[in-house]
Design a protein around this ligand. Structure first.
Ligand code: NAD
Length: 736
């Protein structure tokens, strides 16, 4: 055998050790080559009488992240070619056979007559974990880095190499469905508890333990291939089964609103598969897999949430030639709500933090937030006391600006007041090294304006976090007019270090995300004013694919903040820039009713004290809006369209205005920043997906009914006429 992606050694007991170790890559991935070599290995183990069994492990720091999704994309391209040249049926036959190759290979491994054991350390996800599941025995390393799981659903796919069949044969159906629906990464002990692994051992011992199992006569037959096998939840058609399936259907609807074909396919595949012997069950899974692989939702989600997100994280927007920065010490000025969160994520990433506020007490208070967050982790068993000591040891809280001299980057998060910012910029610049980069976390003030306070505007950049900082995955980097390459590169390197996803936007009011979010919240407010029942606004928003309704979202960010933004916009730009109906509603909520949002337990919702039940829409809303429209007369599709179209239009405007210059950033930013219906692939993919022509037609209808905020920008009208797309346009610009 001539192997390049695996090493094969056979020990004196006749146990083969297969080490997956792809040259020139930091991580193993399933590629066509890997699949071909693994097939050769399985045949070799199966046919050589001297080989008693086989242990599969990895030569890398991690086991493997799963399949190379570009390989799957390639399949789609081949399908399209065949469909054109040989017809749909021939293309589908090819596609089905190709897309089930991995599943057949794993089944061959499972039934080849020799015992296989997997020795897993580090992440082992997707198709790689399906390989482990096909092995007859699984040993996981007890190391904290070890995680297993089937995250396919997160990119609109589903586990198509046996995952939907082997998992529900290992655990109760309800638990299996949850695992497949959520796609979470599971720690070793937890995985063992769930029945996903047989043994957990220190990293250095996993291979020996796996070999010991083979040596002790480990069986080469999977439990489900034994005649007397019973699935943990029993038969589908049984009283127990009937306790599972009707609620499972309801949960599926509640969680997805039928927007995710992959989730439905999981449900179908498990339901049908559990009624069949394994080989047939796998064939059923393969049919669904082929169907999902070709869905537009999978294509959109893979592009945005896997490919584009990965490219942006790896520095797609990093200025070519900018020297790599080594960030050791980061200063944070303003230890309030945001600064405290930024200090935590920075220290968490291993950097030293100088946390400055007006006095020692305020700085200490900011630092204590990190104490709280790590303590929460300790209580959940996810961190040790030593981790907390180390993390807090990296944060120096002080009122002394002089301490910033050691910093490579300083981020200010002081009050959103141009005068305060001006003073802080001057004081910081007097203290830092000439090569240190200065970043502002402002959410509304133009970066180019703030940079006027700076004596080194090329070293000045915006790094806009979202709250809560420790949870939100997106960071907007704002390029001011004078921002230079070194500042941009440093900001990108910093965001990479704290393991978040950056988008780079040009300086404009609201940048990118807040503009779209603002449009979404405004639409909710206006619907309320029109008399749409608030529960319908909230529920239809979720049915359209948003994680939370606009009223709920406004409660989270603060109703008073929304009023503040409206007032500031009016003062700075003028009456025409705001919507009077929204202003009226917000004034009534904040000034008259004192309803500020979740922070004071009263917003569009009432928030009962802990343990007193969940939030409920505030009944008083009935008196704030217009006369209630009878729910049955409301066009639900129109409400759903309004809520998504208004955001997508705003995203399109940011492209026209060149605030956003790369469609990948708008798409990734809209999903990670404010949860824009992920199955669409993001705000611009939503337009591309239905075609600009149809989108413009919908927008025009809404414009006629609801006013000029739905007027499509010129760029979209042109795209509608030419049949263009945002991604096609970006390719053309890049090529020119
Ligand atoms: P905050 O009021 O919680 O914190 C501001 C902190 O700055 C306070 O601790 C204050 O003592 C400190 N401060 C004020 N003047 C100072 C000075 N001269 N020197 C040192 N420290 C000083 O405010 P926040 O919500 O954390 O917002 C901070 C910045 O982040 C603002 O620019 C805001 O627009 C931006 N931002 C906020 C959010 C959000 O959701 N709150 C999101 C993104 C960006």
């Amino acid at each position: 055998m001539n192997l390049t992606t695996f090493r094969l050694e056979i020990d004196l007991d006749g146990i083969a050790l297969v080490t997956w170790d792809m040259p020139g890559r930091s991580m193993n991935v399933l590629t066509t080559e890997v699949i071909a070599e693994l097939a050769e290995i399985v045949e070799h183990v199966a046919s050589d009488a001297a080989v008693k069994g086989c242990v599969v492990t990895s030569g890398k720091e991690s086991f493997s992240g799963g399949a190379d999704l570009t390989m799957l994309q390639g399949l789609g391209i081949e399908y399209a070619r065949l469909a054109r040249e040989k017809g749909e049926e021939e293309a589908m036959r090819f596609f089905f056979e190709e897309s089930r190759k991995l599943s057949l290979l794993y089944r061959r491994l499972e039934t080849c007559g020799k015992p296989f054991a997997a020795a897993v350390h580090g992440t082992c996800l997707g198709g790689a974990f399906e390989l482990a599941l096909a092995c007859h025995y699984r040993v996981l390393s007890s190391d904290d880095a070890t995680r297993v799981g089937l995250p396919e659903i997160k990119v609109g796919l589903f586990p198509g190499a046996g995952g939907t069949q082997r998992v529900p044969r290992l655990m109760q159906t309800g638990d299996a469905l949850q695992m497949l629906f959520k796609g979470d990464q599971i720690r070793a002990q937890m995985a063992k508890g769930m029945g996903l692994a047989h043994e957990v051992a220190p990293r250095a011992e996993i291979v020996d333990k796996a070999k010991a199992w083979i040596r002790a006569g480990g069986s080469p037959v999977a439990a489900w291939d034994l005649p007397k096998f019973k699935a943990p939840s029993g038969k589908v058609y049984s009283p127990a089964g009937m306790m599972v399936w009707p609620p499972a259907n309801a949960i599926y609807r509640r969680e997805t609103h039928d927007n995710y074909p992959a989730a439905k396919a999981i449900l179908q595949s498990v339901y049908e598969g559990l009624q069949l012997p394994m080989d047939l069950a796998l064939k059923v899974e393969s049919r669904y897999f082929a169907q999902i692989l070709r869905s537009k939702e999978a294509a959109a989600m893979i592009r945005t949430l896997f490919l584009s997100k990965g490219e942006l994280e790896k520095g797609a927007r990093r200025p070519k030639g900018a020297a790599k920065t080594a960030l050791k010490t980061v200063g944070i000025v303003g230890a309030g709500f945001m600064g405290a969160g930024v200090a935590y994520v920075t220290a968490q990433a291993g950097m030293d933090v100088i946390l400055v506020d007006r006095d020692q007490e305020a700085a200490d208070k900011g630092k204590s937030y990190s104490h709280k967050l790590v303590t929460d982790q300790i209580n959940k068993g996810r961190a040790k006391t030593a981790d907390r000591d180390a993390l807090l040891g990296r944060i120096t809280a002080t009122p002394d600006y002089g301490a910033l001299a050691a910093c490579d980057l300083v981020i200010e998060a002081v009050f959103e007041d141009p005068k305060v910012k001006d003073e802080v910029i001057r004081k910081v610049e007097a203290a830092i090294r000439p090569d240190c980069i200065f970043a502002s976390n402002t959410s509304t003030l133009p970066i180019s304006g703030l940079a006027k306070s700076s004596v080194r505007a090329d070293h000045f950049v915006g790094i806009h976090f979202f709250s809560p900082v420790e949870k939100m995955l997106l960071v907007e980097i704002i390029k001011g007019q004078a921002t230079g390459d070194a500042a941009l590169a440093t900001a990108l390197d910093y965001v990479r270090a704290i393991k978040k996803t950056p988008i780079v936007v040009n300086d404009a009011r609201g940048f990118f995300a807040n503009r779209c979010v603002g449009a979404y919240i405004l639409e909710g407010h206006l619907m309320l004013g029109e008399g749409v029942p608030p529960a319908m606004i909230e529920n239809l928003a979720k049915m359209a694919g948003m994680p939370v309704g606009p009223l709920s979202l406004n409660d989270e960010v603060g109703v008073d903040l929304a009023l503040k933004v409206v007032r500031a916009t009016k003062a700075q730009i003028g009456e025409a820039a705001i919507n009077p109906a929204q202003e009226k509603l917000l004034v009534a909520m904040v000034d008259r009713e004192g309803r500020l949002g979740r922070k004071n337990g009263k917003g569009f919702y009432d928030y009962p004290a802990k343990g007193q039940g969940s939030k409920r829409l505030w009944p008083g809303l009935a008196d704030l809006g217009g006369a209630r429209i009878a729910p049955d007369t409301i066009d639900r599709e129109e409400i759903k369209h309004r809520l998504l179209v208004v955001q997508a239009l705003e995203a399109a405007r940011t492209v026209e205005e060149e605030v956003v210059t790369d469609p990948r950033e708008a798409d990734v930013g809209s999903i990670l920043g404010f949860g824009f219906a992920p199955f669409t692939g993001g705000a611009l993919s939503y337009i591309d997906g239905m075609g600009a022509k149809r989108f413009v037609a919908i927008a025009r209808e809404l414009e006629a009914k609801h006013g000029p905020r739905f007027a499509p920008p010129r760029l979209l009208v042109e795209m509608a006429a030419s049949g263009g797309t945002f991604y096609g346009r970006a390719d053309e610009i890049r090529a020119a």
